[in-house]
Design a protein around this ligand. Structure first.
Ligand SMILES: Cc1ncc(COP(=O)(O)O)c(C=O)c1O
Length: 343
């Protein structure tokens, strides 16, 4: 057995000193990245080439699903919602999320209906999902894996959506490296979208990845990101292509993802867990990617909150989402930053 990453730490009896934030790019990958960028520079193939395919293949290996790369999460979200055809329809969204989630549905011409979360995992509540869906009969729904673990109610929500014919799209922006009994985020619903924004577990500066087991959805997404090319321009897409420099960085970053997640898991287990008993507790078989380490007590010098203001308040919807409001008031984040970053 290899030496656990955690042996590098002193087990914390006291609250640990926080590591400074920097974008998670491992200094050991710098030369490899510069070499591949030099090759691309001289290749005359700066978009839609082998590095895009390789980045997608890396996410197929990561999730077991077809993967389509985008210039950001938003492009992948719009492509999935366009495939479903949500214009003029209702789309459920949790309120405890970044406003990108409901905004993508709004921009796609849908009306948003917010549903509540659980206090334990900060993610969508099955009971409120069902109650809201029965009342509003949505065509599609978002579920968000908030903080880096998989939503605890995902299996029940996915089964309900299958039974009712509701398209379920997973916002995996936080969920790099997470799995539940070996199933990656994005594999429970009809599609999942990852983000590679600089705050994320791995970043390409900007970037996104749609994953799906549905080959028609994957084909639609490929065409959508390229103005509908390949569909006789029937698909009314825009430009959400990823460039080759970004895709090449994505390949290197994805190769490093297992190290980053292993480090975070060990740091959580050996350093943070003993110091923070009042925290999100993962169910059996769940591995978090620990995008965030979430506790239910204020943290001095901490990393603030995942979200300060729930989306139903930003969008001024007058719905009563008691758990969402409770979570906004009562959760905090302890910094958990990969220490091998460049700066
Ligand atoms: C939950 C969630 N969804 C979507 C996004 C949007 O991702 P992007 O900035 O890549 O469009 C983010 C953050 O950036 C996020 O945290």
């Amino acid at each position: 057995m290899s030496k656990p990453v955690a042996q590098a730490f002193d087990t914390a009896a006291e609250r640990p000193a926080h590591l400074p934030f920097s974008v998670a790019f491992d200094a050991r990958d710098e030369e490899a990245l510069l070499a591949v960028w030099r090759d691309i520079l001289r290749s005359n193939r700066w978009s839609d080439g082998d590095h895009t395919r390789a980045f997608e293949a890396a996410w197929t290996a990561q999730t077991g699903l077809e993967a389509v790369a985008f210039n950001n999460w938003a492009g992948g979200a719009l492509a999935a919602l366009d495939f479903v055809g949500v214009a003029g329809e209702k789309v459920l969204s949790p309120s405890n999320t970044f406003l990108a989630t409901p905004r993508s549905a709004q921009t796609s011409g849908a009306s948003i209906v917010f549903y509540d979360c659980n206090r334990e995992d900060l993610c969508g509540s099955f009971d409120d999902f069902v109650a809201t869906a029965e009342r509003h009969r949505p065509k599609a729904a978002w579920i968000v894996h908030v903080g880096g673990h998989i939503a605890f109610d995902i299996e029940r929500i996915a089964a309900y959506c299958r039974e009712k014919g509701i398209w379920l799209i997973e916002d995996c922006a936080h969920a790099h490296g997470a799995n539940w009994n070996g199933r990656a985020a994005g594999s429970f619903g009809d599609a999942g979208i990852y983000s590679f924004y600089p705050t994320k577990t791995i970043s390409t500066g900007e970037g996104g990845m749609l994953v799906t087991a549905n080959p028609d959805l994957a084909r639609h997404a490929c065409s959508y990101r390229d103005y509908g090319r390949g569909s006789g321009y029937r698909i009314e897409g825009m430009n959400h292509r990823i460039d080759e420099f970004t895709a090449a960085m994505g390949v290197i970053q994805t190769r490093r993802l297992a190290d980053i997640v292993a480090w975070k898991q060990a740091y959580a287990r050996d350093v943070l867990d003993p110091a923070y008993p009042n925290r999100v507790r993962l169910p059996e078989g769940m591995e978090s990617g620990f995008y965030k380490y979430i506790v239910f007590d204020p943290v001095e010098g901490g990393a603030g909150k995942v979200y300060e203001l729930p989306c139903h308040r930003i969008f001024k919807h007058s719905v009563d989402l008691a758990n969402t409001d409770w979570v906004a008031e009562n959760h905090w984040c302890v910094p958990i930053h990969y220490p091998r970053a460049m700066s």
